[in-house]
Design a protein around this ligand. Structure first.
Ligand code: ACM
Length: 485
């Protein structure tokens, strides 16, 4: 791993130079807007999450910390900074210190695809713990895709009884043709979140100032749903054995029942994800319907959710097709040069810098990953967020075709997520080497190395709950809920 092989000594020499040049190495990630060894009467900016953290000394020299914040999030972020400072300085805290800090972007996100591979409630919570320490505040959960539907929907039980399971595959290579969804011999691969699980995650996130943003990807990437309800959702001519390549697995948007289905699914999503939570409607990679047809259908879905009081987010194809009223999640890197075309708010997650499912180096021991493109830590760190007022967010995406298992997930996410946090927070530019040195102090932001060999072993040995075991889990959860009520 880059961090571990970095020669600490050479970093220190470099650091001395930087300090001599006036840089205060405060050791916090993401770096605060201002740190000084004197205390002023500055007040927190009028920005959600802003704070001023001060360290003074009592009469007998004991450290006394104080916080001024705009809101609870600011107080929470001040505490994350304080914990990092304690780790950085140990027993050698300065006499006085003042940190003035505020985020530049309101959306600082990670995305997690739980469809291609499934992660447990405990694992999602563990991911949120790390996000919170980095002041990341949005977890975009990609709950549905072709290879598995992962949210319980009471009105459509086959989405999970059929669509959440597939033939277990014991090789790490991702090959859509091997993803036999809905059936399989012997051991199956799969699982889903009950609505109770999701409520628990929402509450866990709230305590850490993380909003979980659910995505139900419509109308494309819907093989699992089409398989569960072919009579309702599959278009004429759809071939379940052959039509699943990217772009072909779209719901039948010519059928009026399909929009009613999507709205009914979102009705349940809105019951689980509380008021004020944005919802993501997908909208990417559909090739079997014209752009105009997609525009009309998606506009109806967006309007429906807006009429229910929700902010709606969608992948950038929707805006390119002419849909309005949604926040645009830009993933096509070639869009970065023409963001001024968008009237809507924009969240950036370009394939060039933010696809954390891509490899981190050319090394042959790197786990197999999507494509051959490499996104290094430095690439993420060097990303320049374009200076448009309507850019409201930056997000790293963890697509999980090749990521099966939590250690692998952490390896792909960290430390790149730490670099993303700096850019999303709007930290002042600092030398990459200083950032790397800071990472050494905070090992929770750097995952253990994970190799291709480990990836192979996980694929061979991993076993998820089986459908019968999942049924028992769901029954127990319902009973516990009834007792609690
Ligand atoms: C995407 O990568 N299809 C959003």
């Amino acid at each position: 791993m880059l961090m571990r092989s970095f020669v600490r000594g050479s970093v220190c020499v470099y650091l001395l130079g930087v300090l001599a040049a006036g840089w205060l190495a405060e050791g916090v990630i993401p770096a605060p807007q201002r740190v000084s060894e004197c205390v002023t009467d500055v007040v927190p900016r009028d920005v959600e999450g802003a704070y001023v953290l001060r360290l003074r000394r009592s009469g007998d020299g004991e450290p006394v910390w104080s916080v001024q914040a705009r809101n609870e999030a600011g107080r929470f972020y001040a505490e994350q900074t304080r914990l990092q400072l304690l780790r950085e300085y140990g027993d050698d805290l300065p006499e006085v210190l003042e940190v003035e800090d505020f985020p530049r972007l309101p959306w600082r996100g990670l995305h997690l695809d739980v469809s291609r591979h499934w992660f447990t409630v405990a694992e999602v919570k563990a991911l949120m713990d790390r996000m919170a320490a980095l002041k990341l505040n949005r977890l975009h959960l990609h709950l549905t895709d072709g290879p598995g539907w992962r949210m319980e929907v009471k009105a459509f039980p086959r989405l999970t009884s059929v669509g959440a399971w597939r033939q277990n595959v014991t090789v790490p290579e991702w090959d859509w043709r091997r993803m036999v969804v809905g059936r399989g011999d012997g051991v199956l691969y799969g699982g889903f979140f009950t609505q109770q699980d999701l409520r628990e995650l929402v509450a866990y996130g709230r305590e850490r100032h993380i909003v979980i943003v659910p995505e139900v990807d419509f109308p494309g990437h819907s093989y699992a749903a089409m398989l569960a309800y072919p009579e309702l959702l599959a278009y004429e001519g759809f071939n379940f054995d052959k039509s699943c390549a990217v772009g072909g697995d779209a719901l039948d948007i010519d059928n009026p029942k399909t929009l009613a289905f999507a709205c009914a699914v979102f009705d349940e999503v809105l019951q689980v994800f509380p008021e004020g939570t944005p919802v993501h409607v997908g909208g990417d990679e559909v090739q079997v319907f014209s752009r105009e047809k997609q525009r009309v259908w998606m506009q109806r879905l967006v309007d429906y959710l807006r009429s229910r009081g929700r902010e709606v987010i969608a992948w950038d194809e929707t805006a390119m097709n002419g849909v309005r009223g949604q926040t645009v999640m830009v993933w096509h890197a070639d869009q970065l040069g023409s963001l001024e075309r968008y009237e809507q708010p924009v969240i950036l997650t370009p394939t060039s810098h933010c696809y954390f499912d891509f490899r981190q180096s050319e090394s042959e021991s790197e786990p197999l990953a999507m494509g051959r493109q490499v996104i290094r830590l430095r690439d993420v760190f060097d990303f320049e967020v374009p200076a448009f007022d309507h850019v409201v967010g930056l997000q790293g995406n963890l697509w999980t075709e090749y990521i099966r298992g939590f250690d692998h997930l952490l390896y792909m996410a960290f430390p790149r997520a730490a670099a993303l946090a700096e850019r999303a927070w709007g930290s002042p530019r600092r030398p990459f080497e200083v950032f790397v040195a800071d990472l050494q102090v905070h090992p929770q932001f750097v995952a253990e190395p994970f190799t291709r060999e480990q990836q192979r072993r996980v694929a061979e040995s991993d076993r998820t709950l089986q459908p019968e075991e999942m049924e028992v889990y769901v029954r127990r959860q319902r009973e516990a809920q009834r007792c609690a009520e």
